[in-house]
Design a protein around this ligand. Structure first.
Ligand code: CA
Ligand code: CA
Length: 295
């Protein structure tokens, strides 16, 4: 199968980036990815100061999908995610929600074996591989891979995993899909700025949708549909994700403004992806069974 090597990375999503591969809509592609430190950290004896911060959040790509044009939506089916056999975390003064109280930096390396990440002698945690950074090129300018936005990017959405389908609004010819920043584990919020950061590879199927319109990323899995939005202000991100879902429900079901709002108020789910990146990311979830019942 077609594969993009993890030496082919970008540090910003940009319509001016040269595509490393072109494929037709409907193709399956493997993205081999570095961890968010570009695999610079391999042991706990390393200092955080040894990290070259110019090489942070590399995203493998970009992939040009033939036929994708501004105004379309790129459907990204996540077929498989495999991860390396150890992951890395860091505590860094000034970074994250507790950063003002972190007095010394620390690297933590967690071995991963048989689907379990070893936190310490007493605790191993079952891993759930997810994609932290995945997005398309914006219409103009360069957005660092460390930032989320309406193009996707560093959403750190732990619903972005095997079996999920991500829908990204296309802004540039060919979409220019890139991804990286896999996590073996990441909690809602990612409060210390790292999840369990891990190298790996992602198999996706990419398809161009001409009849779907979106302002922001959406995601679905077996049970739920999610809208995803990012903003400097978390409440504004929540509001944008909520409005996106509200509009979707009205369009799909024919419910009135008030009825759709009451439905989301009764049965919707306001959730947080991350609260530590340059913009904060929220998602709004709704059961697909509810949508099916109303269609
Ligand atoms: Ca991230
Ligand atoms: Ca990360």
């Amino acid at each position: 199968m077609t594969k993009i090597n993890n030496s082919q990375v970008v540090y910003a999503m940009d319509a001016a980036n040269e595509a490393v591969m072109k494929v037709p809509s409907g193709s399956e592609v493997i993205f081999e990815t570095c961890d968010c430190f570009q695999n610079q950290i391999t042991s706990e004896s390393q200092s955080v100061d040894s990290v070259n911060w110019e090489q942070i959040n590399p995203a493998t790509g970009p992939l040009y999908v033939e036929g994708a044009a501004p105004g379309d939506v790129l459907k990204v089916e996540i077929i498989d995610i495999t991860i390396a056999d150890q992951g890395v975390m860091a505590a860094i003064p000034g970074a994250g929600l507790l950063g003002d109280q972190v007095t010394a930096s620390q690297i933590k390396v967690m071995p991963i074996e048989n689907g379990m990440a070893r936190f310490n002698d007493k605790l191993s945690l079952p891993v759930t591989p997810t994609i932290g950074v995945i997005g398309v090129a914006p219409k103009s300018g360069a957005i660092p891979c460390g930032a989320p936005g309406s193009h996707g990017g560093n959403m750190d959405n732990n619903k972005t995993k095997t079996g999920s389908i991500l829908y990204l609004p296309v802004r540039a010819e060919g979409a220019l899909l890139s991804m990286g920043d896999l996590h073996a584990l990441i909690g809602d919020g990612e409060i210390m700025v790292t999840g369990l950061e891990v190298a790996g590879s992602v198999t996706v199927r990419v398809s161009v949708l001409k009849d779907r319109k979106q302002q922001n990323p959406m995601l679905e899995n077996d049970t739920h549909l999610y809208t995803v939005a990012s903003d400097e202000d978390l409440l504004k991100a929540v509001r944008a994700a909520t409005e996106n879902m509200h509009q979707w429900v009205m369009a799909e079901t024919g419910l009135s403004f008030n009825e759709a709002g009451m439905l989301l108020s009764a049965a919707g789910s306001t959730e947080i992806c991350q609260v530590v990146d340059p913009l904060l990311t929220a998602r709004f979830g709704l059961s697909k069974d509810i949508l099916k019942a109303l269609q």
